[in-house]
Design a protein around this ligand. Structure first.
Ligand SMILES: Nc1ncnc2c1ncn2[C@@H]1O[C@H](COP(=O)(O)OP(=O)(O)O)[C@@H](O)[C@H]1O
Ligand SMILES: Nc1ccn([C@@H]2O[C@H](COP(=O)(O)OP(=O)(O)O)[C@@H](O)[C@H]2O)c(=O)n1
Length: 230
C-alpha cells in the first residue's frame, strides 16, 4: 500500500496528538509531535536564561544558540510512546508543565526558530509514512500532504481535558489558568506573522467537542483508509 503524509493541525489541547499517536501505531507510521519541538526550544530558553524578566525573549542569544539545540524522539520500550529528548536528555515531562505552556507561543512566533524546526520536520517526513501534528503542518511543512485534518473543540472543553490530564499527573493548576492559557495560545498562534494557525483549504474539519477518544480514532482511521485507497 502506498505511504502517505498525514497532517493534523488545530487548536491547543483538542486531542490532535492523541488521535495522531493512535493512528500511527495502528498503521505502523512514524508519529511526530511538532508542538513538543517548540516546547523543547522553550524549555532550553528557560534553562539557559534566555527570557528577560518581562517575559520577552533574548532573541539574538537564542539565534546564535539554535545550532546547540538538538531535539529527537525515541520510543519508550515499555509504553511504545514517543519520548522527547533535548540534547540527549529525556524532557518529556518537563515540556508539558504550565511554565512551558505559558511561554511557548511567543517562542513559536520567531521566524528563525520556525525555519530551523520546519527544516527538521520536512526531513523527518521525506520518506512519507508519517503522521505529524501541529499548527502549520498542512499549510507550511507539508502543503502537499495526502491527508490533512484540522481539529477544533470549544475552548472550555479543551481546557477541561487539559485540566484533567494535569491533575492526573499531580500538577497543580487551576481550570481558569488553563482556560486562559489555551485561549491566549490560540490568539498568539492565529495572529503571528510567520505561519499563523489556519485551516488549509483542503483540510477536513473535525469538531470533536462531543466525541469520545474512541470515536475520533475510528473517524480518523476512516479518513486514512479513504486517502490511501484513492
Ligand atoms: N475526544 C476526547 N474526549 C476527551 N478527552 C480527550 C479527547 N481527545 C483527547 N482527549 C484528552 O485531552 C487531552 C489533550 O489531548 P492532546 O491529544 O494532548 O491534545 P493536543 O495534541 O491537541 O494538544 C489529553 O489528556 C487527552 O487524553
Ligand atoms: N507546528 C507547530 C506546533 C506547535 N506550535 C506552537 O507550540 C505550542 C505548543 O504546541 P502543542 O501542540 O504542544 O500544544 P498543545 O495543544 O498540545 O497544548 C503551540 O501553542 C504553538 O504556539 C507551533 O507554533 N507550530
Amino acid at each position: 500500500m502506498k505511504k502517505i503524509i498525514i497532517a493534523i493541525d488545530g487548536f491547543s489541547s483538542c486531542g490532535k496528538s492523541t488521535m495522531a499517536k493512535d493512528l500511527a501505531r495502528e498503521v505502523g507510521y512514524i508519529y511526530i509531535d511538532t508542538g513538543a519541538m517548540y516546547r523543547a526550544v522553550t524549555l532550553y530558553c528557560i534553562e539557559h536564561n534566555l527570557f528577560n524578566a518581562d517575559g520577552t525573549i533574548r532573541e539574538e542569544e537564542l539565534k546564535t544558540q539554535m545550532q546547540d539545540i538538538h531535539i529527537s524522539f525515541r520510543l519508550d520500550a515499555e509504553t511504545q510512546r514517543p519520548v522527547t529528548y533535548l540534547n540527549g536528555v529525556d524532557v518529556e515531562n518537563r515540556i508539558r508543565t504550565m511554565e512551558v505552556s505559558s511561554r511557548v507561543s511567543p517562542v513559536a512566533t520567531l521566524g528563525f526558530v520556525r525555519e530551523a524546526l520546519v527544516r527538521q520536520q520536512q526531513e523527518m517526513g521525506k520518506d512519507k509514512g508519517i503522521v505529524m501534528d501541529g499548527r502549520d503542518i498542512g499549510t507550511v511543512v507539508f502543503p502537499d500532504a495526502e491527508l490533512k485534518i484540522f481539529v477544533t473543540a470549544s475552548a472550555e472543553i479543551r481546557a477541561r481535558r487539559r485540566y484533567d490530564e494535569l491533575k492526573a499527573k499531580g500538577e497543580e493548576a487551576s481550570f481558569e489558568e488553563i482556560l486562559h492559557n489555551v485561549e491566549e495560545r490560540d490568539r498568539i498562534d492565529q495572529n503571528r506573522e510567520v505561519s499563523p494557525l489556519r485551516k488549509a483549504d483542503d483540510a477536513v474539519l473535525l469538531d470533536n467537542s462531543n466525541m469520545t477518544i474512541a470515536e475520533q480514532k475510528e473517524w480518523l482511521k476512516r479518513q486514512f483508509d479513504k486517502a490511501v485507497h484513492v
